[in-house]
Unconditional design. Sequence first.
Length: 306
Amino acid sequence: MKSINLPREFDPAVVFQSGQTFRWYAIDTLKSDWIGIVSGRVLRIRRHDLELLGSLNMNQDLEHFIPSYFSSADDVEMIERSFPDSQYLVSAVKQFRGLRLITQDPWECLISFVCSINKNIPAISKCIEMLSARFGEKIRSDLDGDFFAFPEPKRLSKATDDELLSCGVGFRSKYIKYISEKIVSSALDLRIPYALSYANARKYLISKLSGLTMGVGPKVCDCALLFSYHKLEAFPIDVWMLRCLSSHYAKELKLNSLMRRNAISSKTYDLTSAKAREYFGNYAGYAQQYLYMKTRADTIRNRGPV
DNA sequence: TCCCAGGTCCTAC
DNA sequence: GTAGGACCTGGG
């Protein structure tokens, strides 16, 4: 299997620890060697080369898939030049050089971020692994240990509540069921948002999936739009971004007392993310990701791992 | 043991 | 319309 070159501005240790994706694992202490399970494939990255170690279908077209998954067409230098003049953002970009927003499968991304609700990152990864091991197809590979693809909507729609609960999804089980049933019944078509603008794609997903105990609120929706549909204006606001915006951008964004609690209303969310899009520009999603990483790193340095 | 986690939904006011 | 609480479960 010949190896495929990755984008020049790409640091796996940054990209895979940025909370965009939950199925990449460092296999050396220096974090230069990684294994990931992506869309039915087992991939390995060593420095800047990528190999395919296993797949549901060995004839898969990696030459096409890899540039798309790693968003090779993104001109990161141009994106950074488009950012506003902000010292905090400049230092974040410097600290996390090599970051890219990857382009994942929307279904896996959506369910992963539904699983992320009120969980920490290690717990999210574990939950997704358990779902895959229980409901996903086994991937043929030469490596020790078994690898499983992320389960298909059809399989999850048939899962019983007890089966889902055994994977640690907790109260999110009903969300997972509803969403997969909507896809199986064609009431929701995850291909549609590709062709829509950010605003319309968001309207589509929210109209199909918000309320009615579907579990997709503004934050989960923005994560799907940014991390799988590559809508780079999307600016997901979570607890970390709330802290970041209120500590560093309260004046620039004219925010008043965001941090009432560890949550914001959907109206405040929409207002705040609109201001952030205006301030950070067309690539606000990239700015968000740099800021997310810096805010977490600063917090961890001050008070230990979170 | 306790607090909190890449939020969302529901209820009471 | 919105503030406050509940929610499964597990990591630290």
